[in-house]
Unconditional design. Structure first.
Length: 301
């Protein structure tokens, strides 16, 4: 065998060996993946994400996918002749928009089920309505009525545990019911966090359109690989975190404080970002952990 070819083969072996302690640590542990952003729109990225999650399943993890569908919903709202409306970043959802959103999310849900099953893993697509998974109250935005937008008040994870026990990969779309059994749209980040807390997930991973959390948002070299809850709160308090990252980071902190061991913010535009973050020493995004948690990434000599 040529020396160059042998080096390539050995490099692949080293990558697999580097993944071993992570596979051992998280074997049979639940991992919630919030799937959104560009990775849902670009077909090649979509395929990479599904390959990653399927691989996690096949090496012994217990993944749950929670997906959004915002861009797709907006497209179909416009096709119906309506203009998408947002209030403080939340979609204003009247009865017609809710009907469109539920149809679009159902379509996205089943397309992900199909992609997973093409790779040889059995998946089941559900919404927060199924099995009473997500119960909501009506959500207001700074006192404004924004329609059928739900605030999660209760999670009943029994259906997820049942599916995981039977070796299915659950794929959840963020729609829930209130006490009157009316249907509400739910922010996918909120749904992923609530589900991760309810199932005591070992990891919660957000696929986003940014590289992670920065010490200085204007300087890409200040990407933080690991961030404790207290350090994250300090960044927020000092005004370093703004825009869409602020509610996401608050969600991450809340998840950690409610029993999730680690939360990862990843750039879903990078192919196989999930595998790179979970199975390599340095990772590529930002991992958020409790103040008492052992730091897991080690800088390579």
């Amino acid at each position: 065998m040529e020396e160059k070819h042998m080096d390539q083969v050995l490099a692949k072996a080293e990558v697999l060996i580097e993944a071993l302690p992570y596979i051992q640590r998280f074997n049979r542990k639940i991992i919630v993946v919030k799937y959104g952003g560009s990775a849902m729109v670009d077909e090649e990225l979509k395929r990479h994400v599904i390959q990653d999650v399927t691989l996690l399943k096949l090496v012994g993890f217990k993944p749950i996918i929670v997906h959004g569908g915002g861009k797709e919903i907006s497209k179909w709202v416009e096709k119906s002749g309506k203009e998408p409306e947002f209030v403080n970043g939340l979609r204003k959802t009247d009865a017609d928009t809710m009907e469109i959103a539920e149809m679009v999310l159902g379509r996205v849900n089943k397309s992900l089920v199909q992609m997973v099953q093409e790779l040889g893993v059995l998946a089941v697509g559900i919404s927060g309505k199924d099995g009473g998974l997500l119960k909501v109250d009506k959500k207001y935005s700074d006192g404004q009525d924004i329609g059928y937008v739900g605030e999660i008040k209760e999670v009943n994870p029994k259906i997820l545990y049942d599916l995981l026990e039977k070796d299915f990969l659950p794929i959840v779309c963020p729609v829930g019911l209130d006490d009157n059994f009316d249907t509400y749209n739910i922010n996918a980040d909120d749904a992923a966090c609530a589900i991760a807390r309810a199932v005591h997930a070992e990891k919660l991973a957000f696929l986003t359109d940014i590289e992670g959390v920065y010490q200085d948002p204007s300087d890409p070299k200040t990407l933080i690989s690991e961030l404790t809850v207290s350090a994250a709160q300090k960044l927020i308090g000092e005004g370093y975190i703004g825009g869409g990252m602020l509610p996401k980071l608050n969600n991450c902190i809340e998840a950690i404080e409610n029993g999730v061991s680690r939360v990862h913010i990843l750039d879903g535009r990078i192919a196989h970002c999930l595998l790179l973050e979970i199975f390599t020493n340095k990772g590529i995004g930002t991992a958020i952990l409790g103040d008492g948690e052992q730091r897991f990434y080690q800088e390579q000599e």
